[in-house]
Design a protein around this ligand. Structure first.
Ligand code: NAD
Length: 492
């Protein structure tokens, strides 16, 4: 029996009787079916979230903290089950999905505590009888629209701060990975009905309805640039607040003073984690010309030791891509580079030993330039294209020669280079000798086409609050500057 949705505290099957199928990308076998929500289901979830908002907004910080800590506790208690299901529908190695559950639980704990310190301010008033307050209040109903690559983590980065801020939420998981999110109906079942709702279905129908409805008040979206731009366009019709976390094309600069024993596995990790399907995957590598040859040779040797396979196998380093359409895009990028003179030093093909599943071998290329798609479009696969640079100014210019600005990486032991890099690179996160770490207390998000929003940290809570200024005169006196002019004596 497929997992039902969650609307207004009720577990709801598909009202239309329609379901869609979810396949294991490692075996291409059916995992389960999920309810195909209609626009009507979206509207029912919106009504339930609005009804629940009336009381949830007044829950005390203490009450919210208890309930959010309980979400974290339940995620930890069910990590094995959730991670196993996520591996089946999403393909990531089990160890990575267990990490995803741990990070998600930590995010709920973090915002449970941070919201206790959320505050507006009392500002100097313009009259002695006045109190002037700057208040922070929730938007109302937040639609959380989530992609497939980190479905639980990216849902948590939105839902935890949105609830902490006093909003109610409707979660729309990706149609590729709805199953583990639907299981979260049980993780949220101690919350008041309607505070969290989950509707599974397609972006163009149920997702779009959440965006255009007059009764959702903020859209928190993570996904591709193309969908983000469409959502921004639709939301602009109602001047609705959007929070957009979009794609990336992260650069990794390896300076001549980098320790190659660390830089080689570090670059491989940054490029190949989740088969390169991380928004901050390294997709372009710039290596100083003096070390380009040893770096590349060692990287090729290292990459060839990594094992491809299903994420459920503990021996697997790299799982499959999420689907055939996504694998075709990786192939197109590699094939175009190859046809235009790039050298494929490792990979560049589907693994012959894995007949089923959407696998692609980790691929190292040289002889690329910025006219190749693999150097300027998001590839979202296990590719490591390498270019050599001659001086650090050139490396920075190459890193910035891109529409995206999500993250960037540098390996160096030279503090001067570090300073120039973090001052000049246009990216929301700059990692130095420390690829792809996250910190709940630090804001995460992009610049340029990667979107300008921030999740996590204080900014991640602030994003779900809007500002209100209260002028309160407790004297209740008539003001001397009111009409009629000239007769009160004040306006002369
Ligand atoms: P996607 O844009 O195809 O889909 C994301 C979500 O949007 C899905 O739930 C989908 O159903 C929904 N959607 C699609 N059309 C919609 C519409 N018209 N209205 C409302 N909702 C709609 O992205 P994806 O393929 O699931 O995810 C991969 C992308 O996400 C990559 O580009 C990756 O870089 C990006 N990403 C970004 C971050 C970040 O934090 N910046 C993190 C992870 C992934």
């Amino acid at each position: 029996m497929p997992q039902p949705m969650l609307i207004g505290g009720e577990r709801v099957p598909s009202v239309t009787g329609e379901y869609f199928e979810v396949y294991d990308p490692a075996t291409e076998e059916l995992v389960d079916r999920a309810p195909m929500a209609s626009e009507d289901d979206a509207r029912r979830a919106i009504a339930a979230a609005n009804a629940a908002f009336r009381s949830w907004r007044h829950a005390t910080a203490h009450e919210r903290a208890e309930l959010l800590h309980e979400v974290a506790r339940k995620i930890r208690a069910r990590t094995d089950e959730l991670a196993a299901l996520l591996t089946r529908e999403g393909g990531k190695p089990l160890v990575e999905n267990r990490d995803e559950m741990g990070w998600s639980a930590a995010c709920f704990d973090y915002y449970a505590e941070l919201q206790r310190n959320a505050r507006g301010r009392v500002i100097p008033s313009v009259e002695p009888s006045q109190l002037a307050l700057v208040l922070k209040e929730p938007y109302g109903v937040v639609a959380a629209i989530v992609p497939w690559n980190y479905p639980i983590l990216l849902m948590s980065w939105k839902v935890a701060p949105a609830l902490a801020a006093g909003n109610t939420v409707i979660i729309k998981p990706s149609e590729m990975t709805p199953l583990s999110t639907l299981l979260f109906a049980e993780i949220f079942d101690h919350l008041p009905p309607g505070v969290v709702n989950i509707v599974s279905g397609y972006g163009a129908t149920v997702g779009r309805e959440l965006v255009v409805s007059r009764d959702t008040h903020m859209i928190a979206f993570t996904g591709s640039f193309a969908t983000g731009r469409e959502i921004a366009r639709l939301a602009a019709e109602r001047v609705k607040r959007t929070h957009l976390e979009l794609g990336g094309k992260d650069a990794f600069i390896v300076a001549e003073d980098a320790d190659l024993d660390v830089a080689v596995p570090g670059v491989a990790w940054a490029a190949l984690l989740n088969a390169g399907q991380v928004c901050t995957s390294t997709e372009r590598v710039y290596v100083h010309a003096s070390i380009a040859q040893p770096f590349t040779e060692r990287l090729v040797d290292y990459v060839k030791t990594l094992r491809l396979g299903p994420g459920s196998d503990p021996a697997t380093d790299i799982g499959p891509l999420i689907g055939e359409r996504y694998r075709r895009k990786v192939e197109e990028h590699v094939d175009e580079a190859r046809q235009r003179g790039a050298r494929i030093l490792a990979g560049g093909r589907r693994p012959p030993q894995l007949a089923r599943g959407f696998f692609y071998e980790p691929t190292v290329l040289t002889g690329v330039d910025h006219s190749h798609r693999i150097m300027h479009e998001e590839t979202f696969g296990p590719t490591i294209p390498i270019m050599a640079y001659r001086d650090f100014d050139e490396a920075i210019a190459l890193a910035n020669d891109c529409d995206y600005g999500l993250g960037a990486n540098l390996y160096t032991s030279d503090p001067k280079k570090v300073k120039q890099y973090y001052e000049e690179v246009k990216a929301g996160t700059c990692w130095v000798n420390d690829p792809l770490t996250d910190n709940d207390a630090g804001p995460f998000g992009g610049m340029k086409f990667s979107g300008g929003s921030r999740e996590l940290g204080e900014e991640g809570l602030e994003a779900f609050l809007e500002t209100k200024h209260v002028h309160w005169d407790f004297s209740q006196e008539r003001k001397p500057w009111w009409y009629p002019y000239g007769r009160t004596g004040a306006a002369e």
